[in-house]
Design a protein around this ligand. Structure first.
Ligand SMILES: Nc1ncnc2c1ncn2[C@@H]1O[C@H](COP(=O)(O)OP(=O)(O)OP(=O)(O)O)[C@@H](O)[C@H]1O
Ligand SMILES: [Mg+2]
Length: 186
């Protein structure tokens, strides 16, 4: 009985998130060249109320030209990753948002890179492979659906980009998002 109730409530929460994502994707968003720094600043402002007083957010912005993307969807990636960093640092710590352009590689153009690092506890090596699985969460019920990184992965893939999370043994985590400057996908 209890098990059924838990499954039902989990479904209720996750369906809500999925619907929001779908609604966003269906909003007829068009590919647009945007200033990533403006978008990142806006997302940071949106989440500012969740920062505890002893948490510092540092911006280390490089020179990045406009990036052709689905801006609302990319905002969702930034919200998800920044929210995770805020959860990870808890009462005190540092979050760094860094941007740069990576050089063009063989057969591909240059990419905008956004790195969000936090001084939280990081992710145990044994769990790192599961982070992008839908519904994988270590957060208490009611706090995490486990969809943030899975949804972000899908959005970044739609942009022909990559998203990875690195967490060294000493703690801390860095999420790296790389997106082609010019649209490469349909
Ligand atoms: N910066 C981070 N530091 C430590 N652990 C992290 C970090 N980012 C993600 N994780 C781990 O990855 C898990 C999955 O993250 P994900 O964003 O997909 O889901 P969530 O945050 O648990 O829930 P939500 O759907 O609300 O985002 C988290 O529960 C957490 O264990
Ligand atoms: Mg999350």
């Amino acid at each position: 009985m209890a098990k059924i109730a838990i499954q039902k409530s989990t479904c209720g929460r996750s369906c809500g998130v999925t619907e929001n994502v779908a609604a966003c994707a269906d909003a007829g968003e068009t590919w647009t060249a945007v200033d990533l720094h403006e978008r990142l600043d806006r997302v940071a402002a949106l989440l500012r109320h969740r920062l505890r007083p002893a948490v510092t957010v540092r911006r280390e912005y490089g020179t990045v030209p406009p990036v052709e993307c689905l801006p609302g969807q990319l905002d969702q990636v930034f919200v998800n990753v920044l929210a995770n960093a805020i959860d990870a640092v808890g009462d005190a710590g540092t979050i760094v948002v860094r941007t740069s352009v990576t050089a063009a590689g063989a057969g591909e153009g240059p990419r905008a890179q956004v790195q969000i690092s936090d001084s939280g506890p990081g992710v145990p090596a044994a769990l790192q492979a599961r982070l992008f699985e839908p519904f994988f969460t270590t957060k208490p019920e009611g706090q995490g659906t486990g969809l943030g990184l899975a949804v972000s992965y899908g959005i970044v893939e739609r942009h022909g980009g990559t998203i990875t999370l690195e967490s060294p043994p000493g703690g801390g985590a860095t999420v790296t998002i790389a997106i082609p400057l010019a649209r490469t996908t349909e």
